[in-house]
Design a protein around this ligand. Sequence first.
Ligand code: CA
Length: 228
Amino acid sequence: MNPTIMVVEDEPAIQDLIQINLEMGGYRVLIHGNGEDALKHIQHELPDLALLDWMLPGISGIELAKKLRGDSRTKSLPIILLTAKGAEEDKIKGLGSGADDYITKPFSLRELEARIKAVLRRRAPELTQDVIEFHGLKLDPASHKVSGFGKTLSMGPTEFRLLHFFMTHQERVYSRTQLLDFVWGDHVFIEERTVDVHIRRLRAALSPSKHEALIQTVRGSGYRFAKD
Ligand code: CA
């Protein structure tokens, strides 16, 4: 799945530049010229990262970042702020907008992509293409392959996404609702029992190499990926 980046920027030339380059980099890009439109969009679709310009007509990028941080639905949305060089750059540090990072204009597109990747790796590691290995279990997001002690393990796309999420979020308990949000996507209305069905399939897929015990049931809470 390609990460979706929401860009809120009012200058058409910069909008185009960012859109073209991020799309070439494999991202899905949503563009808005002001914060109000972006907030409306976010009500029905949550992006994986928001890139906000500081100077916008209407509410500023900083105010928008604060609003997003203050809402339970968007409080963990990765945010990068774009600022003009100089005074804004200094101010932004002291403002506590809650942004994960900021980039000063003019910026190079390579820098922009590197920052986006770094923030996603920190905040949403399941969206990166990094190969993950854990006690002989190996998952390669780029080739969509999973192996256990070198043996190929075949599984469906949902089980793959579920395993990718677990492997990038080890040792933590997730409820069925949380797994639906994170793995199936935002605003998807599926019965919680569906999660159990896919957990069962995932365990079966992991059983040839005896990795199924890594998917642990936590009674009354949900599931956890951990060793013992
Ligand atoms: Ca602007």
